[in-house]
Ligand binder design. Structure first.
Ligand code: ASP
Length: 586
């Protein structure tokens, strides 16, 4: 991490704990912090490890027996070399100690609810309940600093690129980005509600109409969605938007910010991010957020099986992945894979072990279905999949998208490296479809959000083949995590109406919900486009953390509770009356 050295402390202390070193030997210093550890040596000597946000320093104290863990202390003493044999290489300050210490207790502490510095051994619920104690740990201090370093880098990049930081309202109105929204009752207008923004999407587009040209904000977004490891109700995005730009311009803005952030965090600036079309990502990785750290690509064996007599393989697409050396997987594991594939929506999964063929040097497949395939078909599968002796080939025959996505998930199940392993592989996914499937009534669903500009070459397909219309939208993906997405926006009311119509949003509804936006488009909206990416996710990946909660100071649990404050809580009867709200028990 590119950390700025801490400034000289002012106030009660002359030095930070983690910065005391050999150069200070012989000088008197004063440090403040928490008692991390205390060891008695005989009756009248104690070693105190004092901790602040920069690290730990050992202090040697006469008769400090009243001090306990997490007491807040001010220690004054003289820095000296540690006696030979007691140097601690694990500690930045391990060559020295502060001797002849005078200790002032600034505050006492109850015994802490858990042992700090025992990562992994403390129940997360306890950590979250006492988050203010948990934040003192080295891991959390490091993660919070990393986050600040990333934010600062993002701001630097945005400012350098001429973006203007603008704050948009938190009390807002519903926007159609797919997530359920949090509502805030209005006291002045009973029965009316604000909505917490899912993102500043419409506000930033209005800022473009307002001539802001380039906008950015490190924005808090709120979505009432089920929580997962990479989701929280409230999360932070770098949100940006620019006028008179095309897709490539927006991607360049974002790439710079992400590269700057990554460099600040790791010391290495990543190489230019490659691009891959959405169709290629689905085809090769079965996912629109491919993890490129490992291969195990999907192969298409449809051509080999074009004339097959085996019913299960007479499908629009037959795709396969190869698990290297997987032929020795036992029956139970194989059955579990078949179950997993079914659970993911495939009709079935066929496994085939690559074995030695009858002819010397040739390979064949051993599988419960092998007898239904001709020797040519089996040889064709082995050759197309580039499978080798001892490998396992997994085959799904289905609709193209299903076959790809099921194998894409199995690829991750079987091959994905741990979150902190391997190189950082950024990739831009471009040319998303405008609509992603249809709803129960056969209406197309917006893949990104309904303000996304269709691809200019595909406008003709709108009426007859809406699902084939490409969008001018793009995602940034890092190691299989979607960092964010964006698009060129519709800036013309006529095209916006067409898209609303395709989505089944009638004119009146569009007027009622987004009248202010359509209205703004009547007053000279410039062409514009933008992006937003999740800072929590980026920081988690840079910190090598599995869970974004580890990089958020005060996160909520999986069920949306704040274990520290008890939120969400009840309102008093007086507040409810004021808001005109009556609670209906479930
Ligand atoms: N508002 C979008 C989102 O939060 C991103 C964008 O299109 O700028 O996903």
């Amino acid at each position: 991490m590119n950390e700025v050295a801490p400034p000289s402390p002012a106030g009660l202390r002359t030095r930070y704990c983690g910065t005391v070193g050999i150069a200070d030997v012989g000088t008197e210093v004063c440090v403040c912090g928490w008692v991390a550890r205390r060891r008695e040596h005989g009756e009248h000597l104690a070693f105190l490890d004092v901790r602040d946000h920069t690290g730990v320093v050992q202090c040697v104290v006469d008769g400090a027996s009243t001090l306990r863990s997490e007491y807040v202390v001010k220690v004054t003493g003289t820095v000296r070399r540690r006696p030979e044999g007691t140097v601690n290489d694990q500690l930045v300050t391990g060559e020295v100690e502060i001797g002849d210490c005078l200790v002032e207790t600034l505050n006492e502490s109850e015994p802490p609810p858990f042992v700090l510095g025992a990562p992994g051994q403390v129940d997360e619920a306890v950590r979250l309940r006492y988050r203010y104690v948990d934040l003192r740990t080295e891991r959390m201090q490091r993660n919070l600093r990393l986050r600040a370093v990333v934010n600062a880098a993002i701001r630097r990049s945005m400012e350098r690129q001429g973006f203007l930081e603008l704050e948009t309202p938190l009390l807002w109105t519903p926007t159609p980005e797919g997530a359920r929204e949090f509502a805030v009752p209005s006291r002045h207008q009973r029965g009316a509600f604000y909505v917490l923004p899912q993102s500043p999407q419409i506000a930033k587009q209005l800022a473009m109409v307002g001539g802001v040209d380039r906008y950015y904000q490190i924005a808090r977004c709120m979505r009432d969605e089920d929580l997962r490891a990479d989701r929280q109700f409230e999360f932070t995005q770098l949100d940006l938007e620019a006028s008179f730009v095309g897709e490539a311009d927006v991607r360049a803005f974002v790439s710079d910010a992400v590269a700057e952030a990554t460099e600040s965090a790791t010391g290495e600036r990543p190489a230019a991010f490659p691009e891959m079309t959405w169709s290629e990502a689905i085809d090769r990785y079965g996912s629109d957020k491919p993890d490129l750290r490992f291969a195990m690509e999907l192969v298409d064996v449809t051509p080999v099986l074009r004339a097959t007599q085996f019913k299960a393989f007479m499908a629009p697409a037959v795709k396969a992945i190869v698990l290297e050396g997987g032929a020795d997987l036992g029956r139970a594991r194989l059955d579990a894979l078949v179950e997993r594939a079914r659970g993911l929506g495939a009709k079935g999964l066929v496994w085939m072990r690559v074995v030695a063929g009858e002819v010397q040097g040739a390979l064949d497949l051993e599988s419960p279905v092998a007898k239904f395939l001709t020797p040519e078909e089996r040889a064709g599968i082995v050759a197309t999949a580039l499978a080798r002796l001892g490998d396992l080939v997994l085959v799904v025959a289905d609709e193209h998208r299903t076959a790809c996505e099921v194998l894409g998930q199995l690829r991750l199940d079987l091959g994905r490296p741990p979150v902190d392993a391997g190189p950082r592989r950024f990739v831009w996914i471009v040319d998303f479809p405008l609509f992603d499937g249809t709803d129960d009534e056969g209406r197309p669903q917006a893949a990104h959000h309904p303000f996304t500009m269709p691809h200019p070459d595909d406008l003709e397909l709108f009426a007859d083949e809406p699902l084939a219309v490409r969008a001018q939208s793009y995602d940034l993906v890092l190691n299989g995590w979607e960092l964010g997405s964006g698009s060129i926006r519709i800036h013309r009311a006529d095209i916006q109406r067409r898209v609303f119509a395709a989505l089944g949003i009638a004119d009146e509804e569009a007027q009622a919900r987004f009248g202010f936006l359509l209205g703004a488009f009547r007053y000279g909206a410039p062409p514009h486009g933008g992006f937003a990416f999740g800072i929590d996710r980026l920081v988690a990946l840079l910190a090598g953390e599995e869970n974004i909660r580890e990089v958020i100071a005060f996160p909520k649990t999986q069920s949306g509770s704040d274990l520290m404050t008890g939120a969400p809580g009840k309102l008093s009867q007086r507040q409810l009356v004021e808001l005109g709200i009556r609670i209906v028990e479930p």
